[in-house]
Design a protein around this ligand. Structure first.
Ligand SMILES: [Fe+2]
Ligand SMILES: [Fe+2]
Length: 181
C-alpha cells in the first residue's frame, strides 16, 4: 500500500479540477480568433491534461476508480461566457485566481509530502501552475493600463454610464459571488 496522506475525495477533486482546467483552455481556444492566443491556450490545455493524467495515476495507485469523473460543465461554460461578455481582461482575472488556488492547494500538499514518493512530480506540476499564473499576470497588467485609460476617458460621460463602467471595472472574479450566479 502506497503512503498517501490524501483522502479519496481529495484525489478525485484534484483530478476533476485538472480535467476542468484542460477543458476550459481547450474551449477558450476553440472560440479564440487571435492566432497567438489560441496557440497559448492550447499549450495551457495540454499542460492541464498531463496534470489530470498524473492524478489519474495517483488514483490508480490508491485503488480509486475515476471512470465516472467528468470536467465541470458549469466552469467551462462560465469561462467561455465571461470571455464573450466581458472580454479577455476579465477572463484573465478569473483564470489567474483559479491558478493561484491550485498553487496554494498543491503547495500545501508538497509541504506535508502528501503524495509520498510522488511529491517531486507534484512539485513540478506546482511550478507549471506558477508559470500559468505568470502568463495571466502579464496579461493583467496590460489590462490594468487599459482600464486606467478608460477611467481617464470617463470624465465627461453621463453619471449613469460611469457608474455601470465603474462597477464592471471594480468587479473581481475571485469574489465569492460572481455576478451571474
Ligand atoms: Fe493544472
Ligand atoms: Fe494551470
Amino acid at each position: 500500500m502506497m503512503e498517501l496522506k490524501l483522502g479519496k475525495d481529495e484525489i478525485l477533486e484534484n483530478y476533476r479540477d485538472e480535467l476542468t482546467d484542460a477543458e476550459i483552455y481547450a474551449a477558450l481556444a476553440r472560440v479564440e480568433s487571435n492566432d497567438k492566443l489560441r496557440e497559448e491556450l492550447l499549450k495551457l490545455s495540454q499542460y492541464e491534461v498531463s496534470h489530470a493524467e498524473f492524478w489519474k495515476f495517483i488514483a490508480k495507485q490508491a485503488g480509486i476508480d475515476v471512470g465516472g469523473i467528468k470536467p465541470s460543465r458549469f466552469s467551462v461554460t462560465f469561462s467561455v461566457l465571461i470571455r464573450r461578455l466581458f472580454g479577455l481582461g476579465f477572463l484573465v482575472k478569473l483564470r489567474e485566481s483559479a491558478e493561484v488556488e491550485a498553487i496554494k492547494r498543491y503547495g500545501e500538499m508538497v509541504r506535508r509530502k502528501a503524495l509520498g514518493p510522488y511529491t517531486d512530480r507534484l512539485r513540478e506540476i506546482l511550478l507549471d501552475e506558477v508559470s500559468h499564473e505568470e502568463v495571466f499576470k502579464e496579461e493583467e497588467s496590460r489590462f490594468e493600463a487599459f482600464i486606467d485609460n478608460i477611467r481617464d476617458a470617463m470624465y465627461g460621460m453621463s453619471d449613469g454610464l460611469v457608474e455601470v463602467l465603474a462597477a464592471v471595472a471594480a468587479w473581481r472574479p475571485s469574489s465569492p459571488t460572481p455576478p451571474c450566479s
